[in-house]
Write a protein that binds this ligand. Structure first.
Ligand SMILES: Nc1ncnc2c1ncn2[C@@H]1O[C@H](COP(=O)(O)OP(=O)(O)OP(=O)(O)O)[C@@H](O)[C@H]1O
Ligand code: SF4
Ligand SMILES: [Mg+2]
Length: 325
């Protein structure tokens, strides 16, 4: 996906390919600006065709039929959104309308996709609010968002996203605005709901700790490109892309002494308007010196299988990277 701007073409994502199955959680991780949200907007068909140029396909298969969100009519995409595919965001306050009661907002989400009366919608919404842990949901139905805490508002957002039993749930930084205890509760709720509805969950985060807790697979993105993909356990044990190695070194470990500073990856991501011709990570990569003929500067690496079920975009083999750790 690219955005034409006055300064030039912003290549927000390029050559990004991923899939997620029912019942599975795929985490998309990467620094700010790496293209995580832009990718999820494309899945939801939320890109503005006037400002975004999108090429490729976003295929959603549900009940035996496959839809390409990129080429489908806006009517088809509207039906998918909030029905088969749903999304929750980092900040529930910006997604909930302050002037409408929470019950009203969950009901509206249901009425958009179902033929039923207001009374049916009320019943469904109360059931859903109850399921996501809003106590006394019947009476809280008529409360306004500001009468709820941050964690409760996030629960309402989850109820809204799930009221139509979606097959795919995209959660874009769903817990970053919450304190640690509430974060853990919301992550647990998402896991429980995933089991309940057998959903595919795409979790967008820059928090590798959250990933370790809830994801089955990880896609690591850097400068709009996929750089490493594999099962969570495998990537934590054997990261093979220098960027992922850097990300993991910046995560505190249980055995780490309290107060030790996390290791940040030195440098900044490149401008998406003038990406380096070779590897986008080259200016920050400590391993580039091991690749002969300056190939990291001149040649763009392709995604390759490095270990069983584990691929990465780097000129070095898994063994070469590990020998220099
Ligand atoms: N409408 C737009 N016009 C121009 N550039 C855009 C537009 N939308 C996004 N971008 C650019 O695309 C890149 C990817 O943005 P995206 O929001 O996907 O990042 P992100 O990985 O979600 O970051 P964060 O962790 O901060 O949420 C950014 O550099 C952003 O500036
Ligand atoms: S291709 Fe080169 S610069 Fe890019 S990650 Fe691998 S070693 Fe580093
Ligand atoms: Mg984002």
């Amino acid at each position: 996906m690219a955005f034409p701007t006055e300064d030039g073409l912003v290549q927000a994502t390029d050559d990004v390919s991923f899939h997620v199955d029912l019942g599975e959680t795929l985490a998309i991780v990467g620094e700010s600006g790496s293209g995580k949200s832009v990718s999820s907007m494309a899945i939801m068909g939320l890109h503005n065709p006037k400002t975004a140029k999108i090429s490729g396909q976003v295929l959603i298969t549900s009940m035996g039929s496959t839809t390409d969100v990129v080429s489908a009519s806006s009517e088809t995409v509207r039906k998918l959104r909030g029905g088969t595919v749903s999304m929750i965001f980092q900040d529930p306050m910006s997604a909930l309308h302050p002037y409408f009661t929470i019950g009203n907002q969950v009901s509206e989400a249901w009425l958009l996709h179902n033929d039923g009366t207001k009374e049916d919608a009320r019943k469904k919404s109360i059931e859903m609010l109850d399921l996501v842990g809003i106590s006394d949901a019947k009476n809280r139905f008529d409360s306004y968002p500001h009468q709820f805490s941050g964690g409760m508002r996030q629960r309402v957002m989850i109820a809204m996203a799930l009221v139509n039993h979606p097959k795919i749930l995209i959660a874009d930084e769903p817990t970053t605005a919450l304190d640690v205890t509430v974060q853990a509760q919301i992550l647990k709720l998402l896991k429980d709901m995933q089991k309940e509805f057998n959903m595919a969950v795409i979790l967008i985060t820059h928090d590798m700790g959250v990933v370790a807790e809830v994801a089955d697979r990880i896609n690591v993105m850097y400068a709009g490109r996929l750089v490493e993909e594999g099962q969570v356990d495998e990537i934590y044990k054997n990261p093979v892309h220098p960027y992922t190695i850097g990300l993991l070194q910046s995560v505190p470990r249980v055995d780490q002494i309290r107060g030790t500073r996390l290791k940040a990856i030195p440098g900044q991501p490149p401008s998406l308007i003038s990406l380096p011709g070779g590897c986008a990570f080259e200016p920050r990569c400590e391993f580039a010196k091991y690749v002969p003929d300056n190939r990291c500067k001149s040649t763009r690496p392709e995604v390759e299988i490095k270990l069983a079920g584990h691929q990465a975009r780097c000129h070095l083999s898994a063994q070469e990277v590990r020998s220099h750790l």
